[in-house]
Design a protein. Sequence first.
Length: 436
Amino acid sequence: MTAAAAPHDQPTRVRIGVLGCGNVGAAFVRLVGEQAKEIETRTGVHLEVTRIAVRNLSRDRGLDIDPSLFTNDAGDIVADPDIDLVVEVIGGIEPARELISDALTAGKPVVTGNKELLANVGVELFETADRAGVDLLFEAAVAGGIPIVRALRESLRGEPIRRVMGIVNGTTNYILTKMTDHGATYQSALTEAQQLGYAERDPTADVEGFDAGAKAAIMASIASGSKVVAGHVYHEGISHVSVADIEVARRLGYVVKLLAIIDLDAANGSVAVRVHPAMVPDHHPLASVRDSYNAVFVEGDAVGSLMFYGRGAGGNPTASAVLGDVIDAAVNLAKGTHGTLGSFGRAQIRPIDETTSEYLLGLEVVDEPGVLHAVTGVLAANGVSIRAAEQEGLGPEARLVFITHAAKESAIQTTVQGLRDLPSVRSVSGLLRVVG
């Protein structure tokens, strides 16, 4: 039976079904138990977890609750008329998509932290929620406990946003911090991150930018009001970043970070969404974000620059974001109302080739007369001008390092190919975009 508005002196009971009870799910259940009385005092809504779906019924979840609340049938929880609100923290696209869709269609608000799902079929689920007149909330899907989703969908809804740029993956930020502050190699920093539980045994989704790309797609959809999916996001990871690249960046006054960048062009309504390593000026707020912390920087016409900073992952911070959404959804359910993101238009995606940036370009070269002339000739032929240049080493260790003026990505890629074709260039050993 769906919860209804109650008299002022009588709390509305909202019964919650939780799908998944891993680190986030278990932390959420604990938070509800610890904070239910305070939440009731402040909102008039009494939250109660009454059923939990898990794959393995015999596993100890470390929760002091009635074992009879557990089931291995998630679909049964969704269909249960005694469940008022559903929390989905199982991850993946299926069966999460079907379970969420069924819950919404049945008139039950859903709170999810499923970035992969929302980055691929989020708009369809938002539309399902609107048709049913209930909430689909997802603060935990982007940057853990940082309230960036709520800021974009509510506080900044009327703001003409130009750019959203952030560190939204703690694993890669931890690795780059170790390489920057301690001179660790990529592989040794990754191994340490795995030992500490910051990186998975298979770290591909993190280190190649797919995790950050899913979060970027979600933020881009909200910021632009258009349907941006994971496939629209350009991905480039950090596995090719070397200690030498980081040292050059440091010497020139920059810090290397893996950034998710969303650029919105109000003139033509296009949006460019990309994830790649970038050199950030060492005075920029994002440059000081270290270890597994996340931060998102928002630039708007009226508000100027804002930064949101905090724990981007982990059971407790993410569960806190889930609980905040549950409270909002429960209060709306009691009042018979819901929030909406509105309609989403077709995204006009601006590809990476059409974006503009400054670039750091490193070349391993043969130390002989005429090399610099040949290299600068290739840059000039493609309309790429040099802002700064230096040479490192001599003989077989010779390396040329350039920072360009702003240039189109397409021109830089053509330049890189031309440089690789020069007999005097042994390799293009570094290509980093300069951002911020």
